[in-house]
Design a protein around this ligand. Structure first.
Ligand code: FES
Length: 66
């Protein structure tokens, strides 16, 4: 995966932007809450919503690796 790729085209958010937020989360027990923090901090998935599933999958992958 190319971390510089835009995962959210509406808000111009890359995988790297999301990775950065997730890695700074203290509480990762609730994936929905992590997603909401990512959304708040990057504005991703606040436009058409078409990127939602891709972002959820990406966050889940990062959390499973921790
Ligand atoms: S691509 Fe992310 S909100 Fe449209």
């Amino acid at each position: 995966m190319n971390y510089n790729e835009l995962v959210c085209k509406c808000k111009k958010v890359t995988y790297e932007d999301i990775d950065h937020v997730v890695k700074n989360e203290d509480d990762i027990s609730d994936v929905i809450k992590v997603f909401e923090d990512v959304q708040k901090q990057t504005q991703c998935s606040t436009g058409c919503g078409g990127c939602h599933d891709k972002i959820m999958d990406f966050i889940a992958d990062i959390l499973y690796q921790r």
